[in-house]
Design a protein around this ligand. Structure first.
Ligand code: GRG
Length: 295
């Protein structure tokens, strides 16, 4: 795990460097927007999704520059979702990644605009020729991210989450919600690697199953941290799901059963990687990291 944590940190640094290059602040009057985008993206997130992009792309020997740019684009999309999720109209949070949220540091209007600009910048990065020489690959990346992030994915999942505050969800419905809200972006992180590498259909299929299993395991771990984690360690407010009366894997299954479910999903996810041999070791390590993390 020490080696894994080192490669996670090295990848996070490489993605941070690309983000830094892509989001240069100047002295134009609107620089406050770029400042807010930089504040949001250049903070100390775990960079799980970027790691999934580069580790999946490495299965297919994709050039590092291509996978890092796709990783940076997906991290921008993720950061936009965090900024908007923290707004008063949504979760109304003041702490994220151990720092004041974007609207607290800047203001609400700037946070909305920074989220919007990160969302669009993600597509600009994917569509740029420097991400991949083949325009079909670039178009496929854009299509995959749009599908994962939009109404049938992350944003739709967020809507379901809001609606679910007033209705009782059963286990299949909670699973569907989480697959959309969190799972789709995790899925597209792996899928981006496969698209860049022009992977065969069976390899894509196996990566997809891996991604959906770790996506659910990731969400269960998130629910467990909300119940058991300490705010200083997690870097965001905890205990919120219970206060909001949200149906989560933990509220439905209980702590012990939820933990067992996450372990089972991790094993199942790793099983989908057999065909990739040793090259998939970083993805196996990541699956373990996701369920054992403390932030
Ligand atoms: C589009 C407004 C909007 C929301 C989309 C993803 C999402 C819905 C909201 C984010 C809030 C949230 C706490 C979701 C649950 C799981 C999750 C995505 C946690 C944060 O991801 P990590 O743990 O965070 O990878 P870091 O900070 O490490 O990148």
């Amino acid at each position: 795990m020490t080696d894994f944590k080192q490669s996670l940190a090295a990848n996070a640094q490489a993605v941070g460097e690309i983000l830094n290059e892509l989001l240069t602040s100047g002295d134009a009057p609107e620089h406050r927007l770029i400042d807010a985008m930089r504040y949001t993206t250049l903070s100390s997130g775990k960079r799980v999704r970027p790691f999934l992009v580069t580790a999946s792309a490495a299965l297919f020997n994709v050039a590092h520059q291509s996978s890092l740019r796709a990783a940076a684009a997906i991290e921008m999309m993720h950061c936009y979702s965090l900024v908007h999720d923290d707004l008063p109209a949504m979760d109304d949070d003041v702490l994220r990644r151990g720092r004041p949220t974007c609207h607290i540091k800047f203001d609400e209007a700037t946070a909305i605009l920074a989220g919007d600009a990160l969302l669009t910048k993600a597509f600009e990065v994917l569509a740029a020729p420097s991400t991949h020489a083949d325009p079909q690959v670039r178009a496929d990346l854009v299509l995959a991210l749009a599908r994962a992030a939009g109404h049938a994915g992350m944003v739709g999942g967020q809507m379901l989450d809001l609606v679910a505050e007033n209705i009782e969800l059963d286990m299949p419905e909670i699973t569907r919600l989480q697959r959309m809200k969190t799972g789709k972006l995790i899925f597209v992180s792996c899928e981006a690697g496969a698209i860049l590498g022009k992977a065969s259909a069976d390899k894509r299929q196996n990566l997809k199953h891996y991604a959906y299993d770790i996506g659910l395991a990731f969400q269960i771990a998130d629910d467990l941290l909300d119940v058991e984690g300490r705010e200083e360690q997690v870097g965001k407010k905890t205990g919120k799901d219970a206060v909001a009366g949200k149906a989560t894997f933990v509220s439905f299954l209980g702590v012990e059963q939820a933990r067992k479910q996450a372990t089972m999903l991790t094993k199942q996810a790793i099983g989908h990687l057999d065909m990739f041999g040793d090259k998939a070791e970083p993805l196996r390590d990541l699956a373990h990291f996701i369920v054992n993390r403390s932030s």
